[in-house]
Write a protein that binds this ligand. Structure first.
Ligand code: PEP
Ligand code: MN
Length: 341
């Protein structure tokens, strides 16, 4: 971090200011030019608040040369992180470090028949994980809110029948009580900056699928991951799920460039949700392929046995047949790049 001191600031005051900064665990490198003094802060500056520095009467400008996240930073951990998820029948299923995580299933759990039949179909096609929402964040309070605890039980029944680990969304801390057998906790776009929730996830030892907020920057997504990691939980999978732009042709705009950007700045695995990104089932296969080609560590795709009748997000849900065709291509992509599903 570099701090430019205001022209004409009294030397003694600048020295006292620098000494106070050093108490925060950084070394100060003084550079006194003819017209300006510049302080170079060397060491871990993640705990130093840029805004309060800017408010200091001696400070002209603050420039951060390093990212404000530390644990999520690739500088801190140069190799890729792999998240290993234990399988019910023993062994592990991994995401990251060349292993693609393919998560598929309906937007919401609707009935036993629905979730079990979709689970069987996506497993048959080669998916590694089953998704399904039990607690749903809906824009309207009058829309289907998910089956709650009953939905979770049905998801667990599908896990038992297929052996697929399950991914489902947590909306509130108290729901953690019933998430014991959930394999990956999904934090939805709307909760990406629910810092109380993130802190609690830092204390838990389950993998977290952290979705990018609707209007969040890449740095904000990484800072949200940092919240969880600062609490001691490093098992995080990031998910690009489209962001809000001026265009309403698609439900959101899939930011494919977030994949190489995130992969450059963090060691955490990055997956893509082409379903919520586009809102259109016919676009999902193309965008899933694009995501893997761009270096994503997997995809999370909404699959429904009868999209027309779906209680939530039918328009963006692909059928098991389409998913199966997509999987064939994704397997070839993975193989071509020396990665595996
Ligand atoms: C979902 O995965 O069903 C969901 C609600 O996603 P998002 O939080 O990305 O909107
Ligand atoms: Mn959905």
């Amino acid at each position: 971090m570099i701090i430019a001191i205001k022209h004409g600031a009294p030397k003694g005051e600048v020295e006292r200011f620098a000494a106070a900064l050093e108490k925060q665990g950084v070394k100060i490198h003084f550079s006194e030019g003819a017209s300006q003094t510049v302080l170079g802060l060397v060491g871990d500056t993640t705990g130093i608040d840029e805004e309060s520095l800017m408010a200091h009467h001696l400070v002209e400008k603050v420039i951060r040369v390093q990212e404000p996240y530390k644990r999520a930073n690739r500088l801190f951990h140069p190799g890729d992180t792999r998240i290993d998820i234990p399988l019910p029948e023993g062994g592990l299923r991994s995401i990251g470090e060349g292993k693609l995580g393919i998560i598929a299933g309906p937007c919401s759990v609707e009935s036993r028949d629905q979730i079990v039949s979709v689970a069987k179909a996506v497993k048959e096609a080669g998916a590694g994980f089953l998704r399904g929402g039990a607690f749903k964040p809906r824009t309207s309070p009058y829309s289907f809110q998910g089956l709650g605890c009953n939905g979770l039980d049905l998801l667990l029944a599908a896990k038992k029948e297929t052996g697929l680990p399950i991914v489902t969304e947590l909306m509130a801390i108290h729901q953690l009580e019933v998430f014991d057998e959930v394999d990956i906790i999904q934090i939805g776009a709307r909760n990406m900056q629910n810092f109380t929730l993130l802190k609690e996830l830092g204390r838990c030892r389950k993998p977290v699928l952290l979705k990018r907020g609707l209007a969040s920057t890449i740095t904000e997504l990484l800072m949200a991951a940092e919240y969880i990691m600062a609490g001691g939980n490093s098992r995080i999978i990031l998910c690009e799920r489209g962001i809000r732009t001026f265009d309403s042709y698609t439900r959101n705009t899939l930011d494919l460039s977030a994949i190489p950007a995130l992969k450059r700045h963090t060691h955490l695995p990055v997956i893509v949700d082409p379903s919520h990104a586009t809102g259109l089932a016919w676009m999902v296969p193309s965008m899933a392929k694009a995501a893997i080609a761009a270096g994503a560590d997997g995809v999370i795709v909404e699959v429904h046995n009868n999209p027309e009748e779906a209680l939530c997000d039918g328009e963006q849900s692909i059928t098991p047949d389409t998913f199966s065709t997509l999987m064939e291509t994704l397997k070839k992509y993975a193989e071509f790049e020396g990665r595996s599903i």
